[in-house]
Design a protein around this ligand. Structure first.
Ligand code: SAM
Length: 245
């Protein structure tokens, strides 16, 4: 299971499937004898499964009895790693999250890394396929929303920081993986940005219209947010604002 990144949801806590099954049985106050009757397995087999042994067939019988709704957890990493670079970068912000962005910060003047299939509504969009380059072309407006390509996060954050410092844009919100280890995060972002850590993960859309939660935690890095915008955002999206340096 580990080699195939095969994990199940809907069973309950535990570091391994064996531990999950044992915890689930105990939580249901079911004795090994009772489970024997439900599954037709011998007590020895059940004990063996709970110690990490047993065959796939016996595990399935126990799963059916204890957690019939258990199912395979989406192999997220494999999914995010699929396709060529362009395909992997084409992950679109979900519409319900965008509603919270519009409601908190107002309409978006520019999406500098837009995509024709993305649900993000912006007055102006820079689209790679049209020859635009959001890392080079001018940014302007009151509010810019950035969900940058995952392959080039830091450059986009640096560009957003620069455009805000130059006064080209009043407020810039960047939705990015919660990576907090760089010196730049500690020395620059921590001082200049408001950072909101999301509780839970968003389900991004891909080019085929499928959705999957990100395999990493997310944060929103905002340059130039007002107190009112921050309050509205915190009321709409589960998470918390990091204290300013
Ligand atoms: C993670 S997607 C986000 C799309 C959209 N902003 C959204 O939030 O739904 C990042 C997009 O940036 C585009 N992109 C990559 N490099 C770019 C560049 N230099 N200029 C403009 N867009 C770029 C990719 O084509 C990709 O569609």
């Amino acid at each position: 299971m580990r080699a195939l990144d095969f994990r199940l949801t809907g069973i309950g806590p535990g570091k391994s499937l064996a531990e999950q099954l044992r915890t689930r049985r105990l939580k249901q106050s079911m004795t090994i004898g009772a489970l024997t009757k439900r599954t037709g397995l011998s007590p020895t087999t059940i004990r063996s499964v709970e110690l990490g042994g047993g065959s796939v067939a016996s595990i399935l019988k126990i799963l059916n009895a204890l957690a019939p709704k258990a199912k395979r957890r989406a192999p997220e990493r494999a999914y995010w790693g699929q396709g060529d670079k362009d395909d992997r970068d084409s992950r679109f912000t979900p519409p319900d999250f965008m509603e919270s962005i519009y409601a908190s910060f107002g309409k978006i003047d520019l999406d500098p890394c837009a995509h024709p299939s993305s649900p993000v509504a912006a007055s102006k969009k820079y689209i790679l396929a049209n020859g635009d380059d959001g890392l080079r072309d001018a940014w302007s407006g009151k509010f810019v929303y950035v969900n940058p390509p995952f392959s080039d996060q830091l450059n986009w954050l640096r560009r957003a920081h620069e455009q805000w410092r130059l006064g080209n844009v009043a407020t810039i919100a960047c939705l990015v993986p919660a990576r907090t280890d760089s010196t730049w995060f500690h020395e620059t972002l921590r001082a200049d940005a408001d950072i909101y850590f999301l509780q839970g993960r968003l389900r991004f859309l891909d080019l085929r219209g499928n959705t999957q939660p990100t395999p990493f935690s997310l944060m929103v890095v905002i340059f130039g947010a007002t107190k009112e915008q921050k309050e509205k955002f915190a009321a709409a999206v589960p998470g918390f604002w990091m204290d300013r340096a």
